[in-house]
Design a protein around this ligand. Sequence first.
Ligand SMILES: Cc1cc2nc3c(=O)[nH]c(=O)nc-3n(C[C@H](O)[C@H](O)[C@H](O)COP(=O)(O)O)c2cc1C
Length: 203
Amino acid sequence: MNLLAIVGSPRKGRATDSLIDKAVEGFISNDPKGIVNKIRLIDKDINFCKNCLLCRDSDTKGPVAKCSIRDDMDQISEDILASDALILGTPVHMGSVTALMMTFLERICWTFARPGRQILTMSGIPLPRSGKKRKAAIIVTSGIVPPIFKVFCNNATPLIRGTIMDSLNAKTVGTMYAGDIEHRGVEYYADKAFALGRKLARA
Ligand SMILES: Cc1cc2nc3c(=O)[nH]c(=O)nc-3n(C[C@H](O)[C@H](O)[C@H](O)COP(=O)(O)O)c2cc1C
C-alpha cells in the first residue's frame, strides 16, 4: 500500500511530527512492503486558495481539476493521487487545525471534488471527482486540553474527516486526540499512535 503522511505542525520533531512517525511505524509493522511518503506542510510552498473557482467549475473527467496557482500543491496532488492510505496530523490551534493544515484543506476542497451532491435544498456540495477509495487516520495534538474536554476544543478532527471524505474519498478508520501534551508528554501517546497506524494498515 502507498501511505501518504501529512504533518500540519509548523514544528519539526515535536508532538504531531513524532506521533505521525509512530503511526507510520505501526503501519509498516503490518505492511512491511508499504511505500511511505511523508510531507511536512511547513517545508512546502502552499499559497492560499483565492476562490477563483477555476477548479470547482472545471468539467474535467480526471480525478483532480487544475488549480490556477502553481506551487508545491502540484506535486502534493500527484502524491495524493498515488496514495491508498493517509495519515493527517495537526496540533490544535485555537480549537481547530493550524493555518498550514487549513490552507492545505482549502486547496484540496474543490480540486479533488466537483459540486455534484445535493442534501435537502442544498445543491453543489462537494463530491469526490475520483471513485478511488482511500482510508485515513487523523492525529490531533493539543497543549493543555485533556481528552475529557476535547468535545469543547477539537474542531480539527471533524474538519479533516469531513474534507478528506468529501474531496479525497477517504474514509477515516481511526482517530487519536493527544491532549494535555504539555504535561503528559509525547511518549504518553506513543503506543496509541503506533496502534492507530497498525489499525490503518489492517482496515
Ligand atoms: C497559536 C496557537 C494556538 C493554540 N491553541 C490551542 C488550543 O486551542 N488548545 C490547546 O489545548 N492547545 C493549543 N495550542 C497548543 C498546541 O496545541 C500544542 O502546543 C501542540 O501540542 C503543538 O503540537 P506540535 O508540538 O506538533 O507543534 C496552541 C498553540 C498555538 C501556537
